[in-house]
Design a protein around this ligand. Structure first.
Ligand code: GSH
Length: 285
């Protein structure tokens, strides 16, 4: 194999890397422009986009609302990451890492900022007392899988998804490397789900809510168009779990919030009340 790139002594950003996300990538952090975030009337203010990481939070909020938790009412504002909205001063104030999703809880006098999708799920589960088992054994197993997902998904998204779907050219080495890892992770999930209905055990929880938007969407072929390439159908337990969760009305509601691509009946740029979702879903043929 020939090595076509010789790294310089000190890396500098002298050319764009190419590909779908090249224009937003820079090796520094912090705000790039001044703009405050809108604040709606609901207790929870979400600033997000319906990527898998974004879907985790909107599905969680819809689950809580379906459980009757009125305090989980939320305004969901669109952060268009292709346009650089994540670099506004207002967004950076609630997430210094400039990545969606970010939540601001305005239910008390001083708003509480919550960033990192796993931290948001945990915050909401603890605040409202749902979707995280209370006994130590099941809670610990649920947390094991939540943290597993947070550590594993970047290989699926930033590794496999990036090189298979977004990179400007198909490069064999990274596609092989991340396909291997993605299939290994699917096998981990498949074995866990062979004897357990859900990741934490017998109860649907934040571990499933975190994981479905990634591995569920991959095996159902709704991200990366890679189900055939990965032989997703062979992970029968993951497929059973993915299909079951896909049927939940809460998942069908949450997955369309802050989504600005796909069919007309699955696009809702901003959500301020349940009626906003009802109106979009009513267009489904
Ligand atoms: N570890 C973070 C990852 C969030 C993340 O990667 N968000 C992506 C979209 S899925 C993003 O905002 N990217 C914009 C950017 O990198 O500038 C989390 O779980 O919240």
């Amino acid at each position: 194999m020939t090595n076509q790139y010789t790294p310089p002594k000190v890396w500098t950003m002298d050319s764009e890397s190419g590909g779908q996300w090249a224009s937003i990538n820079r090796p520094d952090s912090g705000a790039r422009h001044e703009k405050t975030l809108a604040v709606g009337a609901n207790p929870l203010q979400l600033h997000s986009l319906a990527t898998p990481n974004g879907q985790k939070v909107t599905i969680m909020l819809e689950e809580l609302l379906a459980l009757g938790v009125k305090e989980a009412e939320y305004d969901a504002y669109l952060i268009n990451i292709g346009e650089g909205d994540q670099f506004s001063s207002g967004f950076v104030d609630i997430n210094p890492n400039s990545k969606i999703p970010a939540l601001s809880d305005h239910s008390s006098d001083t708003p509480i900022r919550v960033f990192e999708s796993g931290a948001i799920l945990l915050y909401l589960a603890e605040k409202f007392g749902h979707l995280l088992p209370k006994d130590l054994v099941t809670r610990t197993e649920t947390m094991n899988w939540l943290f597993w997902l947070q550590g594993s998904a970047p290989y699926l998204g930033g590794g496999f998804g990036h090189f298979y779907a977004y990179a400007p050219e198909k490069y064999e080495y990274p596609i092989n490397r991340f396909t291997m890892e993605t299939k290994r992770q699917l096998d981990v999930l498949d074995k866990r789900l062979a004897n357990n209905q859900y990741l934490g055990g017998s109860e649907y929880s934040i571990a499933d809510i975190a994981t479905w938007p990634w591995y569920g969407n991959v095996v159902l072929n709704t991200v990366y168009e890679a189900a055939e390439f990965l032989d997703a159908a062979s992970y029968t337990n993951v497929m059973r779990w993915a299909k079951e969760i896909e049927q939940r009305p809460t998942v069908q509601r949450g997955r369309i919030v802050n989504r600005v691509w796909g069919e007309e009946w699955e696009q809702l740029a901003e959500r301020h009340s349940a009626a906003d979702i009802d109106a979009v879903l009513s267009k489904k043929p």
